[in-house]
Design a binder for this molecule. Structure first.
Ligand code: DGL
Length: 233
């Protein structure tokens, strides 16, 4: 069994992607709504939260944890002798295949932008980039705020970052692929996210089971339907 975690619904984008590729893998999903949003927290707070989540997954007998949260991936260490912990940031950067003479815009939470793993990783590969912190977007998505309102707020932010030289966008928060279309619609350049990453997982023989550790309130019902769909829980 593997564990997938995020502060809320964002990591369901990764869960859905993994389940599609490994339909027989058992998955436990930890949506940490009690501590949402992670993007405003300190490194120490995030480390403490992750150690609790890790203990939860170990208790469940998980062999691997996919940290489906860029903010958490910007705060923690991945070395652990007792359980395999998978990062998504380096693998997301590796997906980029756009020309290097153009700038990459990275949209993410304030913590992720401040830590700068994307900006540093992109610079190492010869890309110029600009990190843009979206302080409300993850929370707004989590709260089920109307798409038209989200679009308005996002477009106000986008207008501050217009440039002929933009060649690609990275969605550096797993909540954002839910509204990937808004980023593409405005910038009309390739938009990269953390889906389709290779984690070296092995599918098992039995039919996989998925369990969710999250409050399944009404506000989340449409996300569960959209991101879990017909998956049997
Ligand atoms: N989905 C998360 C990420 O990838 C965290 C959003 C938040 O809780 O602020 O960064």
């Amino acid at each position: 069994m593997i564990g997938i975690c995020d502060s809320g619904v964002g990591g369901l984008t990764i869960l859905k992607d993994i389940h599609k590729r490994y339909p027989r893998l058992d998955i436990t999903y930890y949506g940490d709504e009690a501590n949402m949003p992670y993007g405003d927290k300190t490194k120490e707070e995030l480390e403490k939260i992750f150690s609790d989540i890790k203990a939860y997954f170990k208790d469940k007998g998980c062999t691997d944890i996919i940290v489906a949260c860029n903010t958490m991936c910007s705060a923690i260490e991945f070395n652990d002798d007792t359980i395999k912990i998978h990062d998504i940031i380096t693998k997301t950067i590796d997906k980029l295949d756009t020309p290097k003479d153009k700038k990459v815009l990275v949209f993410a939470t304030p913590f992720t932008i401040k830590k700068g793993r994307y900006q540093k990783g992109l610079a190492e590969k010869g890309y110029q980039s600009e990190g843009i912190a979206l302080k409300d977007l993850a929370r707004d998505i989590e709260d089920g705020i109307d798409k038209a309102v989200i679009k308005d707020k996002l477009y106000q932010e986008f207008r501050k970052h217009q440039d002929e030289n933009i060649g690609a966008i990275i969605l550096g928060c797993t909540h954002y692929p839910i509204y990937k279309d808004l980023f593409y619609e405005y910038y009309k350049v390739p938009v990269f996210d953390s889906l389709g990453l290779a984690f070296g997982l092995e599918d098992s023989d039995e039919k996989g089971a998925i369990s969710l550790h999250m409050e399944r309130s009404d506000k989340l019902a449409h996300f569960l339907k959209e991101y879990i769909g017909d998956i049997k829980l």
